[in-house]
Write a protein that binds this ligand. Structure first.
Ligand code: NDP
Length: 243
């Protein structure tokens, strides 16, 4: 561990698998008390055995569920809005339901949970930091990702507005924008070598991201090492966006 989050409470959404799970493990190693929100109770049980975090099962696609779950977390100092879904459909076949569900989880849950956490920080007069887990797909178009790309573009814009409105309260807000990351979602979307090879060819560092690459960037943005970093979208992409 390279950061000291002792005495600080972190809330991580979408913590059951993949990047969120790695973020919980990393933050607990750095001394944070972590509350983990995710959908599957079994994932949360094993994660809390492994890390000592407190797990809360919730479907963040419900605005009420998201608000209630965020409130059960108590006074939070550090928030990571990581929960996200990718429902791959060709543009012409993208359904209203898939679009709405994607926006509900990838954007509205971040809004709702952040509102609860930011209100708490402002009431306590405490400083805080929020990181939204966006994607390189907020900045480039990817086939089959219409709803997903739209949601991540929206999440970047949400991040900017949160930075403007919450900064004066001492709450820093940033995003990370990973490339393809080797998680269950990454495997689902990019497991087919015919799809992944052209993507890999555009990454100057020559590999996809590991969940730990993303967790470390998130931890940096949450930490006092990033005390003057505010409102940025930080690519964690091995240089993909430069190519
Ligand atoms: P995974 O699908 O591997 O894990 C996502 C986790 O979030 C799962 O535990 C999942 O639970 C949980 N989750 C999803 N929807 C909900 C919901 N409605 N309520 C509560 N929990 C939910 O995804 P990744 O770890 O790969 O992705 C994490 C974030 O990183 C996402 O925002 C994603 O968009 C972003 N990202 C991922 C990239 C990649 O290539 N993997 C690249 C760039 C960004 P369950 O499994 O039970 O549904």
């Amino acid at each position: 561990a390279t950061f000291d989050f002792s005495g600080r409470r972190a809330l991580v959404t979408g913590a059951g698998k993949g990047i969120g799970r790695e973020i919980v493990a990393f933050l607990t190693r750095c001394g944070a008390d972590v509350v983990a929100l995710s959908r599957d109770q079994g994932d949360l049980d094993s994660l809390s055995r492994e890390t000592g975090c407190v797990g809360v099962a919730v479907d963040l696609g419900s605005a009420d569920g998201a608000r209630r779950a965020a409130k059960t977390a108590g006074p939070v100092d550090l928030l990571v809005n990581n929960a996200g879904i990718a429902l791959l459909q060709p543009f012409l076949d993208t359904t209203p339901d898939a679009f709405d569900q994607t926006m509900a989880v990838n954007v509205r849950a971040a809004l709702t949970v952040s509102q609860v956490v930011a209100r708490g920080l402002i009431q306590r007069g405490a400083p805080g930091a929020i990181v939204n887990v966006s994607s390189q797909s907020s900045m480039v178009g990817l086939p089959l990702h219409a709803a997903y790309c739209a949601s991540k573009g929206a999440l970047d814009q949400l991040t900017r507005v949160m930075a403007i409105e919450l900064g004066p309260h001492g709450i820093r807000v940033n995003a990370v924008n990973p490339t393809v990351t080797l998680t269950p979602m990454g495997q689902m979307a990019w497991g087919d070598p015919a799809r992944s090879a052209p993507m890999l060819a555009r990454i100057p560092l020559g590999r996809f991201a590991q969940a730990l690459d993303v967790a470390q960037a998130v931890a940096y943005l949450l930490s006092d090492a990033a005390a003057m970093v505010h409102g940025v979208m930080l690519p964690v992409d091995g240089g993909f966006l430069t190519s």
